[in-house]
Design a protein around this ligand. Structure first.
Ligand SMILES: Cc1ncc(C[n+]2csc(CCOP(=O)(O)OP(=O)(O)O)c2C)c(N)n1
Ligand code: SF4
Ligand SMILES: [Mg+2]
Length: 296
């Protein structure tokens, strides 16, 4: 494996309060490194807000506005417009929001900002549940997963937020993972150079929420990519799809990914087969949408 091309610019510091072993701070460090110091962040209530922390003990060395769960995209839109009005159009305005704040509670603000094509970089740290408040289900929680509010396993699918965003025809949408840091870094470098609404969904295996061992966050994220549970891809202008990583061989299965997590431990073989069928369906659909060269 190639190591990440990385030079720490000190925008993210240790001493934060993430669970030891969580991969969200790792992703955050690389993201902030790519975004650079001419930036203002907006953070919604979430693990990200706890990790960033409040003044004067913030772990982040750019200004961060802690806003409500509903309003990150709206707050960022206003900040960006104010900066433009004051002659600072080059400052990057970004959001750090969880999946609950993106797929559910902040979706209205995000959809509105996307429809207006606000010049913001919106990052969703997707740990597939309301984890900061103890691990309840969100609409990002996948089929079958146990959470505090779905003790028998969730009975409906994960919401396809990416297709919803693609329908807005915004210039850039991407998925990224802490298991593929060079890919993650390249996507943020790219997004920074694009004007308009950019959304990047970063997978965050949650140690207590998913029942993952303290040393297994990055490995679990890698297995999610390799099994195409969370393929890495980009969409430009809502229509041009490019796959960066996913199943390397036809027939690759999800058992190894599921085996890292207690939230799927109750599944019987027929339920695993149902999950596999859903993953296969989504993967085939994604490949059909990708460039013809990637369909072979
Ligand atoms: C409207 C509203 N409802 C509920 C809350 C309480 N709350 C704070 S953080 C949080 C969890 C957010 O989940 P997510 O966005 O997925 O972030 P995570 O904690 O998983 O990182 C909730 C429900 C709130 N702040 N605002
Ligand atoms: S609750 Fe989960 S996502 Fe949040 S800091 Fe802990 S391991 Fe990371
Ligand atoms: Mg969450």
């Amino acid at each position: 494996m190639k190591y990440i091309d990385y030079e720490d610019n000190g925008l993210f510091n240790s001493g934060h309060v993430a669970c030891p072993g969580c991969s969200e701070p790792l992703s955050m460090r690389v993201i902030l490194n790519a975004i650079g110091e001419d930036a203002i962040g907006v953070v919604a209530p979430s693990c990200s807000a706890m990790i960033c922390g409040g003044h004067p003990i913030s772990s982040v060395k750019v200004p961060m506005l802690h806003t409500t769960l509903e309003s990150a995209a709206a707050s960022a839109s206003g900040i960006k417009r104010a900066l433009v009005a004051r002659g600072k159009p080059d400052t990057t305005v970004f959001c750090f929001v969880g999946d609950g704040g993106t797929y559910d509670i902040g979706l209205q603000a995000l959809s509105s900002a996307a429809e207006r094509d606000e010049d913001i970089l919106y990052v969703c740290f997707d740990n597939e549940g309301y984890m900061n408040t103890g691990g309840q289900k969100s609409s990002s929680t996948p089929l079958g997963a146990v959470t505090g509010s779905t003790p028998g396993g969730k009975t409906t699918r994960k919401k396809n937020i990416i297709e919803i965003l693609a329908a807005h025809r915004i210039p850039y949408i991407a998925t990224a993972s802490p298991s593929h840091l060079n890919d993650l870094r390249a996507k943020f470098d790219k997004a920074k150079g694009i004007r308009g609404t950019k959304v990047i969904i970063v997978l965050v295996p949650c140690l207590p929420g998913w029942g993952v061992a303290d040393d297994a966050a990055v490995r679990t994220a890698r297995k999610a990519v390799d099994a195409a549970v969370f393929p890495l891809f980009e969409i430009e202008d809502g229509v041009h799809y490019r796959i960066n990583a996913g199943k390397s061989a036809a027939g690759e299965r999800i058992e190894s990914y599921l085996g890292e997590q207690k939230r799927y431990a109750h599944l019987d073989p027929s339920q695993v087969a149902e999950l596999q069928a859903e993953i296969d369906f989504q993967w085939d659909r994604l490949r059909q949408r990708a460039a013809p060269a990637q369909r072979a």
